[in-house]
Structure formats: C-alpha cells, structure tokens
Design a binder for this molecule. Structure first.
Ligand SMILES: [Zn+2]
Ligand SMILES: [Zn+2]
Length: 151
C-alpha cells in the first residue's frame, strides 16, 4: 500500500499523515528506547520531515541526549503521553516516526537492529538481519538493505 500512511497516539488527540515513502525502519535496543517505549525496544521509521503532517492536535516536545550522546527532540501527545516521533533538531531533514503508532503497524518490516549490546537477552534477531552493537557504522549499508528489502 503506497503513501499516505496514517497514525496517531493512544487516546486519539494527535493524528498524523506521512505523504511520502519512508526511507528506513530500525529496531533500536538502546536503554533510552527501552525506557521511552516502556518496553524492550524502539522502532524508528525514517521519513522526510516535510512529508509529516499533523491532521489533528499538536504534539508536545522535549530535548534529551540519547545513548549515542547526540541531542534529540522527542514528541509526544500532551494528553496521553504516547511518543510519536524523534528528530535530531527541529529543522532536520528526516524524522523518525515511532512505528508502533501507525494505523497499520505491519506496513513495514525493519532491516536493521542497533544497540544490540543492551538488547534484552530473550529478544531474538532473525538470521541474516543487519545488527550492530552500537549505532550503524555505515548508513549506506543500511540504506541498501532497505532499498533491496522484500515486501
Ligand atoms: Zn494521545
Ligand atoms: Zn534507541
């Protein structure tokens, strides 16, 4: 199913639409994603920032430094607190949508697992999947896997 893709927070106060194709989907096992998701890992769907449109409500944002040390902005629903996206700076060209907030969370499959050094030991990673102890050292390798992925 091609773009647009829609999604929103748990309470429905914030809704968004992505009007172009995503450029990657990463599973992140860093300790920040574990805390932020209140679960075992985070899922980041990379999309062009210009393609994200909020159709209902306005997310609230806050800044933090992730495991990588880079400052990031996290955006969440002001009513229910669901994390909706991360961005490196308000003007960065890409945004990472929290993929579990998509109306169809099965629309995309990840091609890479990162920060596996803090992965929960009971989470298996499928054979043949790109995986890195920290962040991906070569984004071109990850981009290639995304471009060549099977549906
Ligand atoms: Zn909400
Ligand atoms: Zn992470």
């Amino acid at each position: 199913m091609p773009a647009p893709y829609s999604g929103g927070c748990q309470c429905g106060a914030v809704r968004y639409e992505i009007t172009s194709e995503p450029t990657g989907l990463t599973v992140c096992h860093c300790t920040d994603c574990q805390r932020q998701s209140a679960s075992a890992f985070g899922m980041s769907l990379r999309v062009p920032t210009a393609s994200v449109r909020f159709t209902k409500g306005t997310p609230k944002t806050f800044s933090f430094a992730g495991d990588s040390g880079r400052p990031k902005v996290g955006a969440f629903c002001p009513d229910c607190g669901t994390r909706l996206y991360h961005i490196l700076a308000p003007t960065a060209p890409s945004t990472t949508i929290k993929a579990g907030t998509l109306d169809n969370p099965s629309a995309f499959k990840p091609v890479v697992h990162i920060w596996t050094r803090s992965k929960q030991p009971w989470v298996p990673i499928p054979d043949g999947m790109l995986q890195y102890e920290k962040g991906a050292p070569d984004q071109a390798v990850v981009d290639k896997a995304w471009a060549e992925r099977k549906p």
